[in-house]
Design a protein around this ligand. Structure first.
Ligand code: SF4
Length: 61
């Protein structure tokens, strides 16, 4: 799984709350700390993408 955060991100921090191992809030948007994402975090990353209010998390399986 590869994941990226696009420019729609509003830096709300929800993704970091759900999966701090993969997402970290930067100055203007969330940053992805690891790509590819290890299998153990796939469910949390999918949940973060679903919960993201800006639909800014793009997943490539
Ligand atoms: S949940 Fe979405 S809008 Fe909020 S910080 Fe993460 S990527 Fe950005």
């Amino acid at each position: 799984m590869e994941v990226r955060v696009n420019d729609e991100c509003s830096a709300c921090g929800i993704c970091e709350d759900i999966c701090p191992e993969v997402f970290e809030l930067g100055d203007e948007k969330a940053e992805v700390k690891m790509n590819p994402v290890p299998e153990e975090y796939h469910d949390q990353v999918r949940e973060a993408a679903e919960e993201c209010p800006s639909e800014a998390i793009e997943i490539e399986e």
